[in-house]
Design a protein around this ligand. Structure first.
Ligand SMILES: [Zn+2]
Length: 420
């Protein structure tokens, strides 16, 4: 796998998801930073001291206990799929040592399309409105600010992890670029409320029943933006190429890729949006030369088919659709023949679209992007207080669950248990 990774790193720049400040417009004015991520030596991203030793997230207060009692919305900072939640923990902790959620108390974690994971911690008890596996849009309320877990007062702990490692969302002289905020705002101020859309995954061609295309997932029309398609527990960070598929019949359709020489995977999405909200099926065998997805296609419905490389894998392949219908709107027109004239020969138009020309795989390097597998949820923080919990049992259990479901041989990032 390592060799493959070196040889087949994408030429396409990786798209990175940016965030909106995780509250509603109504509550935005109530928040203020209380502790940024520690960049070492109790130094924050701007080389100031608004942090404490070892703090991995960004803390924002919202008016102390009265603010908490009024209710302060905590919302998704970007579109994503809920990885894990915890709720029901005591939420008026003022000692920094209350149990629950591995120190995070009541929390939500979100998987984003680019592989990054965000965490929203110390929420109010029984305020969590989302559940694992749910797709949420940027700005969707997920809970309310509280003081559960290792907290000394009401605030939200917002943390970003890249490949399981905490990463500062702020860019400044003591924190390397990039910023993860759409609008970072000024030091000691607040990031703005601007959501960033996941880039569209534009189909390069229409795939009709009986057609085959030969191309590559880093060929013409491919995209470096990638998505967590929701079919499996892993994110995909490689180049991808998308097709539209439709048939005029209600029938079982099988979409197949053949001739794979690297680890590309196949997804069928129930919309043209090409985001992680509507995956119908996937085939994600490791290093397989062939992948296939069969599904019940509805007549005259347009689906999106994505061929995506695992961690930068790129490969030539042949993509085909096995089914009986024709592309909607291209059915032959039946005309009543004049009396005694011979019946016209039946013609079948397989669609107006040119097959994609074969494009060789380009093995040139670029930065490739992070692997972006799931981070473990619960290695809590000790917001405004020292000490931290051990690595989360919840995270370990989820990890084992994911891993057992996937049951593949690919390198899997072990949950980090850094004791914070
Ligand atoms: Zn914190």
């Amino acid at each position: 796998m390592a060799l493959n990774l070196i040889l087949w790193v994408s030429t396409l720049a990786a798209w990175a998801q940016d965030y909106s400040f995780p509250t509603s417009a109504a509550d935005h004015g109530h928040f203020y930073p209380t502790a940024y991520k520690d960049q070492g030596g109790t130094t924050d991203w701007n080389c100031g001291g608004i942090t404490y030793s070892g703090h991995d997230g960004s803390d924002f207060g919202g008016g102390s206990w009265s603010g908490m009692d009024e209710g302060r919305d905590i919302v998704a900072a970007a579109d994503g799929t809920v990885l894990a939640t915890n709720d029901g923990e005591y939420d008026r902790c003022d000692t920094g040592t209350c149990d629950g959620g591995g120190g995070w108390g009541n929390y939500v974690s979100l998987q984003h399309a680019d592989g990054k994971v965000t965490y929203y911690a110390h929420l109010k008890a029984w305020s969590v409105l989302v559940s694992a596996g749910q797709f949420v849009s940027c700005g969707t309320k997920m809970g309310e600010m509280g003081s559960s877990g290792y907290s000394t007062g009401p605030h939200v702990h917002f943390e970003v992890r890249v490949g399981g490692t905490a990463s500062d969302p702020f860019d400044g002289p003591c924190s390397g670029p990039p910023t993860y905020w759409v609008d970072q705002g000024v030091y000691d101020g607040l990031p703005g409320l601007s959501c960033e859309d996941v880039p569209a995954c534009t189909p390069v061609a229409n795939l009709a029943c009986g057609q085959t295309y030969s191309t590559a997932n880093n060929g013409a029309g491919s995209s470096g933006s990638h998505s967590y398609y929701g079919c499996t527990e892993f994110t995909y960070s490689g180049p991808e190429i998308a097709f539209s598929f439709a048939t005029n019949l209600n029938e079982t359709a099988t979409i197949r890729v053949r001739g794979n020489t690297a680890d590309v995977d196949l997804f069928v999405l129930g919309s043209t949006a090409c985001d992680s909200s509507n995956t119908i099926g996937c085939s994600v065998n490791p290093d397989a030369s062939e992948e296939a997805v069969s599904f019940s296609a509805g007549a005259n419905t347009t689906y999106t088919v994505v061929v995506d490389g695992w961690e930068g894998a790129a490969s030539n392949f042949s993509l085909s659709a096995e089914c009986a219908g024709v592309w909607p709107g291209t059915e032959p027109v039946e005309e009543s023949p004049p009396p005694e004239s011979p019946a016209p020969e039946e013609t079948l138009d397989t669609g107006p679209f040119e097959p994609v020309t074969e494009v060789p795989v380009d093995p040139e390097d670029d930065e490739g992007g992070s692997p972006g597998k799931l981070g473990d949820p619960a290695t809590g923080c000790s917001c405004r207080a020292g000490g931290g919990p051990g690595g989360g049992l919840i995270g370990a259990a989820l990890f084992l669950f994911w891993r057992s479901r996937r049951a593949r041989t690919k390198k899997v990032q072990a949950p980090e248990s850094d004791g914070r």
